[in-house]
Design a protein around this ligand. Structure first.
Ligand SMILES: [Fe+2]
Length: 161
């Protein structure tokens, strides 16, 4: 096994809300796969597929976060949504560039994406974690977690494609 681009535990990325942590883990996994494709020179098709996946899953993840923020009346919703839009636009223009111009995805891009994702989690998402937890979105089998509403929400957003 090669060294992952982002080591979940070492990077201290958990914010303490299970469903959100799981989604962030998934994003980290996708990014590590992309990095593996680049490092092991698995070819543009594999790398582009991973980049597309990152783009798609990021949009799903942000939609989930925004839905929860609206449900819980998060005061900084508008600001956070703006940050999401900027991040998605960045990711979109990146993937278009690598698709359409056939550029090789390189380590410089991987470093950019690593910073992009860890900053999103550590700076921006930590801001809402306390609000979510105080509002009853808890980890480890609390009432909200048991109801599984977050998982349902994720399922519904995914099915919208
Ligand atoms: Fe997030």
């Amino acid at each position: 096994m090669m060294q992952p681009l982002i080591d979940w535990d070492q990077a201290e990325l958990a914010i303490g809300i299970d469903e959100i942590d799981n989604q962030h883990r998934e994003l980290v996994d996708i990014l590590n796969r992309l990095n593996e494709a680049v490092t092991l020179r698995q070819g543009a098709t594999v790398a582009n597929a991973a980049l597309d996946q990152l783009h798609d899953y990021t949009r799903i993840h942000f939609a989930v976060e925004e839905s929860i923020m609206r449900l819980l009346g998060y005061p900084d919703y508008a600001e956070h949504k703006l940050k999401h839009e900027r991040l998605v636009n960045e990711l979109h223009s990146l993937s278009t560039r690598f698709h359409d111009e056939g550029r090789a995805i390189n380590h410089e891009l991987m470093f950019f994406l690593k910073t992009w994702l860890t900053t999103h989690i550590q700076e921006s998402d930590r801001e809402y974690a306390d609000h979510f937890l105080a509002a009853g979105v808890q980890t480890g089998g609390g009432a909200v977690a048991k109801a599984g509403w977050m998982a349902n929400l994720v399922g519904r957003i995914r099915s919208l494609g």
